[in-house]
Write a protein that binds this ligand. Structure first.
Ligand code: ARG
Length: 463
């Protein structure tokens, strides 16, 4: 395959160098955006009288035919030894319309062409990712409606702290995902600036209509500096940052599902379709999907670090190092898309074991704060109440008792203000119910939270 730049060279690249130089494997998926960008560019060249109307028509029709051909044949149409998808699309165009195809590249460089195709593609993919997150959030919301009174231990330092409802716990992830979705929406706006017209680095001497091209391609504006237009990859880095945060959230949920599905807890049973067995231990059922989403978080973080490292020492403007952007960008994107989709599959098929959750609360002292709160309400300074309840807990630990099993008489030995009402406040259901502050875990507060969550969800997939 002859490259786009053969004129001043007397010999061609060695096989190994050509292989290293090629980005076809990564930029294959830019093909649609590339054709779209080329059609808009060609139309503008015609409108501005930079090329003849007849040539413009031939090029545009040729590109439409190329688009149909690629759609019909698939990626096998591209030559594996090609430098990139952009040169391949030009080759296919030349095959169709002959040397006039060469006029398409007037007032354009691959530098602004690639950046344009990348931005168009990733903005579109970000929308897809956002709608997948939206679907996952919808599942969480639906499940929360039914789990408002399902109680499980809330932890700090991985020790039982205070009971929370399963709905409340799941909704915590709803809000994390909501911020992820919002960040992606903001990213799309910021990334939607068109580099085309920057040409190689300095702009062009041809009388372009950049605004017209930008409108046709659906960009929200133009890159205002040609050097920045071709050498900025912070749109890709920003996307990978958001993806990294998203994956960190999914990874934490995976970690919890792994713990919850272990027999020691048994809070959840993961479906056979998302778990695997062992080649030696017949009894095993392993949460591999959760582990792999957690594990693949490394790919997302790696992509972010990878691209930051590629960019950190590059002088303006384009350097070939930047071709590596696509490897990282698409690795991050694919990791996130797959993980969000499979997370939903895993949750949809999971079975909550409410009884196991209930049992795990027995004698866990996660109601101790409420005993102290009761004393505080009766006028005992909270610090003093804390000290008293600490002694009650110590007594229980030494005598093998649960806090909720102590009689009023036994409790009163620690403080005379304790009464029958105090004891009633110590059941886990009462403890849950009591946390009715806005954003708290009581069923009433969660009902309100669900209203807010539904509002957030109804804002839809637009940013
Ligand atoms: N495939 C290359 C990339 O993605 C195309 C740009 C080549 N530009 C150049 N000046 N050599 O970055």
């Amino acid at each position: 395959m002859s490259p786009l730049w053969g004129g001043r060279f007397e010999s061609s690249l060695s096989y190994e160098v050509a292989k290293l130089t090629s980005s076809l494997e990564q930029d294959l998926r830019l093909w649609k955006a590339d054709v779209k960008g080329s059609i808009a560019h060609a139309r503008m060249l015609g409108r501005q009288g930079i090329i003849h109307a007849g040539d413009c028509e031939q090029i545009v029709n040729g590109l439409i035919a190329v688009r149909e051909e690629i759609s019909a044949t698939g990626p096998s149409i591209f030559s594996a030894s090609a430098e990139d998808v952009h040169s391949e699309i030009e080759r296919l165009l030349r095959e169709k319309i002959g040397p006039v195809a060469g006029k398409l590249h007037t007032a354009r460089s691959r530098n602004d062409q690639v950046a344009t195709a990348c931005r168009l593609t990733i903005v579109e993919e970000s929308r897809v990712l956002r709608s997948e997150i939206h679907t996952l959030q919808r599942w969480i919301l639906q499940n929360s409606e039914t789990e408002k009174e399902t109680i499980l231990p809330g932890l700090t330092h991985f020790q039982h702290a205070q009971p929370v409802s399963l709905a409340h716990h799941l909704l915590a992830y709803f809000w994390m995902l909501d911020r992820d979705r919002e960040r992606l929406g903001q990213f799309e706006k910021r990334a939607s600036l068109m580099p085309l017209g920057a040409a190689a680095l300095a702009g062009t001497s041809f009388p372009l209509d950049r605004e017209g091209v930008s409108d046709e391609l659906g960009f929200e504006g133009l890159c205002e500096n040609s050097l920045d237009a071709v050498s900025d990859r912070d749109f890709a880095i920003e996307f990978l940052s958001h993806v990294s945060i998203l994956m960190m959230h999914l990874s934490r949920l995976c970690e919890e599902l792994i713990i919850w599905s272990a027999p020691e807890h048994g809070f959840v049973t993961l479906d056979d379709s998302v778990t695997t067995g062992s080649s030696i231990m017949p009894q095993k059922k392993n949460p591999d999907l959760a582990e792999l989403i957690r594990g693949r978080t490394g790919r997302a973080f790696g992509s972010l670090m990878g691209l930051l490292t590629v960019m950190k020492g590059l002088p303006l403007a384009y350097n070939r190092d930047m071709q590596e952007d696509k490897f990282h960008l698409f690795q991050g994107l694919d990791t996130a898309l797959t993980s969000v989709r499979l997370m939903r599959e895993m949750l949809e098929t999971a079975v909550w074991n409410r009884e196991k959750m209930r049992q795990s609360l027995k004698g866990d002292f996660s109601n101790a704060t409420d005993l102290a709160d009761d004393l505080a309400r009766k006028g005992v300074p909270f610090r003093e109440a804390h000290e008293i309840v600490g002694k009650v807990v110590l007594f229980c630990l030494k005598s093998g008792r649960d806090l909720e099993s102590l009689s009023v008489g036994e409790l009163r030995e620690f403080h005379p203000a304790i009464d029958e009402g105090t004891r009633r406040k110590l059941s886990h259901a009462a403890v849950l119910e009591a946390r009715s502050s806005r954003g708290g875990t009581s069923p009433k507060a969660v009902t309100f939270q669900i209203v807010k969550a539904r509002e957030a969800l109804e804002r839809g997939v637009s940013p």
